[in-house]
Design a protein around this ligand. Sequence first.
Ligand SMILES: Nc1ncnc2c1ncn2[C@@H]1O[C@H](COP(=O)(O)OP(=O)(O)OP(=O)(O)O)[C@@H](O)[C@H]1O
Length: 347
Amino acid sequence: MIATESLSKRFPKVTALDRLSVDIGPGVTGLVGANGAGKSTMIKILLGLSPATEGRAEVLGLDVAANGSEIRERVGYMPEHDCLPPDVSATEFVVHMARMSGLPPTAARERTADTLRHVGLYEERYRPMGGYSTGMKQRVKLAQALVHDPELVFLDEPTNGLDPVGRDEMLALIRRVYTDFGISVLVTSHLLGELERTCDHVVIIDGGKLLRSSSTSDFTQTMGTLAVEVTDTDAHPDGTAALRERLAEAGVSVHAREEDGLPGAGHILLVEATGEETYDVVRDTVAGLGLGLVRMEQRRHHIAEVFRTDSAEATDVAGAPDASSAGITDPPSGPAAADQAAEASAR
Ligand SMILES: Nc1ncnc2c1ncn2[C@@H]1O[C@H](COP(=O)(O)OP(=O)(O)OP(=O)(O)O)[C@@H](O)[C@H]1O
């Protein structure tokens, strides 16, 4: 769907993209980087709105330098910043954008009604947009990107300014753009964690350079950690501690850190699994102590954890700093409280 080769963009004082080569296929792809990493610059080049200084890029097989208008006919674009006229309604605005894309009047009205309903705007769509919440405005921006039925959409920071619930709704909506309509998505974010549930593939850039490009499942491969939660009994009022001690005696490696279980329940032990036999040892030890086994599950990595534990490899791969120093695994300095909450809930 998208291919770039040594793509660079230099402004007089800053290199926004630095020899970026990446291949992006169908599906939902996250383009992640801290503020200023070069995400919006890349989108503008891919839409043929801004020329690259060096290198080349293709979108849907079309060269961005020569075929900008054809690309914009076939690709939808949701810009980052608020660009909605306050005195017009969502319906009027989206119909106008549909007409600009070449749809005849009746088709433009029908497509607008369908698309606004799809993004979750109902009666409000007849009210002036100046009175809309940020979430409603983001939905209108998404609708205008979809109204001409593109093959691909570029969504620039669609969750910006939303509270955690609004973010989750927007991310679910983005996922459905691909699953329900077959429209591939390139979505940018400065928060790595929130894209892990939505995207099939993640491209991480830092200072205009490619840090990593992988499928989400490669990032989050199963890791060899078992999370074990047990009940307390009269004989073992702290069942977790008893289990920890007995497993250590059996030669099983247990992480010092524990996680909180359900409210009112004990903690969760994190046990290093060396093979299938670890399951048997844990089960038999729990039974031997007479504890109840609440859960024993294999843990998967979160993308952000991969970067925390794997920073050396990330540096080797791209010759660039790891993602935590790129400011995408921890909330960036001075973020909105919603960003922090979203990143925490995404973990
Ligand atoms: N027209 C321009 N003139 C000069 N510098 C620019 C211009 N556009 C972007 N830059 C610079 O290029 C770098 C990358 O900017 P870009 O907007 O692509 O980042 P971003 O990853 O989209 O971050 P954000 O989400 O904050 O916009 C930044 O240092 C920015 O200041």
